[in-house]
Design a binder for this molecule. Structure first.
Ligand SMILES: [Zn+2]
Length: 428
């Protein structure tokens, strides 16, 4: 199938036609023509490289009632993604070559995005001994990102060994930075609001203490460290310090930590319960600036679908986590582009180029240019609509944006030249 995309604005610049054939962009220019190509009218639409998510929970195997590789892949395509890293906290845990290959194959079958499995750092995410990191790296899934996400690799000696081990195949350890002894029973950000609401707090220091420890370890070992979902102003300062010293550290921030604050907890609506918790206005401002100046490398969704019975309960009993794939670009548009902090090239860098580089994905995060793989999206920046959770492709409904009007709508997504989304609808 070939496509002639008419009049799109690559990176928000001057309109141009984009010709896609045999999985590649073959030309970008004025008044292109092609016989037999399907014409896509893209006047007024922005073209960007397909987005890459470093942090997605697809829940399969084990919790197919909350999400499957296929439903999560569809949500990702509808959000403009062409590749997602699937976190390892499934049941069974993705801590062997067998499980990561199973997830990878399910992704191939769904065919909507490249599903890139993340391998667990420790067996069963228990933090006691290392999983088969080398076997997962050598498997068909070619795992390069390892994470116990949902849990912190709290033992510093084990974290050091993991960092040493992944160097052999250019892997990276993605840490969920949470000192567990400081967050026992935590329900929300520790501060004035948690005190007033009577909920146990999750102090910023619990995140910052682990980041400080891990950047020192990564620097000592000379290995790559990636910090998942940074949420505090202090974390941004630590990352800036570590990068200034030449530590190979990268970091991500979620869309919800760029937009929402701990004020949401005042509703006691468990849709706003997430780990790490929503922080303060000052933290949001620091995260936005850190993403704008590149201290934070990437936006990653931490898409965390939950079945109704796990989420619609009392705040204290509800599982932490929220959906993120389908609204990620809209939230970044509101928090970063409309505020003047990032231009469209900056968005492409933080949501495609850098996450692909961190995951060592050679065919994603490529520029929109002739000869490159045709992984791209078309966005209507002028569209504005309230989010309707019932209309989402995810099998779960725990969107923190329900009823909130967000800008931007994904009109089309192409994975290696095949349309996975057209006219705002998934093609399969
Ligand atoms: Zn996490």
């Amino acid at each position: 199938m070939s496509y002639l995309i008419r009049g799109a604005s690559p990176y928000g610049g001057d309109p141009a036609d984009i010709l896609v054939e045999d999985g590649r962009i073959v030309a970008i220019g004025d008044a292109l023509s092609s016989t037999g190509a399907e014409v896509v009218d893209a006047a007024g639409l922005i073209a960007l490289p397909g987005l890459v998510d470093l942090h997605t929970h697809l829940r399969e195997p084990g919790r197919e009632d909350a999400e499957t590789v296929e439903t999560g892949s569809r949500a990702a395509a509808l959000g403009g993604f062409t590749a997602v890293h699937a976190m390892a906290n499934t049941d069974p845990v993705a801590d062997t070559a067998g499980v990561v290959e199973q997830v990878w194959r399910l992704g191939e079958q769904a065919g909507l995005v490249d599903v890139v499995p993340v391998g667990a750092v420790t067996v069963g995410l228990r933090g006691e001994r290392l999983a088969e990191l080398g076997a997962m790296a050598d498997s068909a899934a070619r795992v390069r990102v390892f994470s116990d996400d949902g849990h912190c690799v709290a033992d510093p000696a084990l974290m050091r060994r993991a960092l040493e081990y992944v160097k052999a195949f250019d892997g990276v350890v993605a840490q969920h930075a949470e000192e567990p002894r400081l967050t026992a029973g935590a329900q929300m950000h520790e501060g004035d609001r948690s005190a007033r609401l009577g909920l146990t707090g999750w102090p910023a220091a619990a995140e910052e203490a682990i980041i400080a420890r891990d950047v020192l370890l990564a620097g000592h070992v000379g290995a790559r460290l990636h910090v998942c979902h940074v949420s505090t102003a202090g974390s941004v300062e630590l990352l800036r310090w570590a990068k200034g010293r030449g530590v190979q550290v990268t970091a991500e921030v979620t869309p919800h930590h760029l937009l929402l604050t701990d004020a949401c907890a005042e509703s006691y609506d468990p849709v706003f319960k997430v780990n790490p918790p929503l922080r303060t206005d000052d933290d949001v401002a620091a995260l936005r600036l850190g993403l704008a100046d590149g201290t934070i490398d990437a936006v990653a969704t931490d898409h965390a679908p939950h079945a109704v019975e796990d989420k619609e309960s009392e705040w204290a009993q509800a599982r932490p986590g929220m959906l993120g794939l389908e609204q990620a670009l809209s939230v970044v548009l509101e928090a970063m582009v409309e505020t003047g902090l990032l231009d469209w090239r900056g968005v492409a860098d933080r949501m495609s180029v850098r996450p692909a580089a961190i995951g060592r994905l050679a065919h994603h995060g490529r520029p929109l240019a002739a000869g490159e793989p045709a992984n791209l999206l078309l966005l209507d920046p002028a569209s504005r609509a309230p989010v309707d959770p019932a209309a989402l492709a995810s099998r779960s409904r725990n969107s923190p944006y329900a009823g909130r009007e967000l800008p931007g709508r994904i009109v089309a997504t192409f994975l290696r030249g095949t349309a996975t989304v057209l006219d705002g609808k998934a093609t399969r």
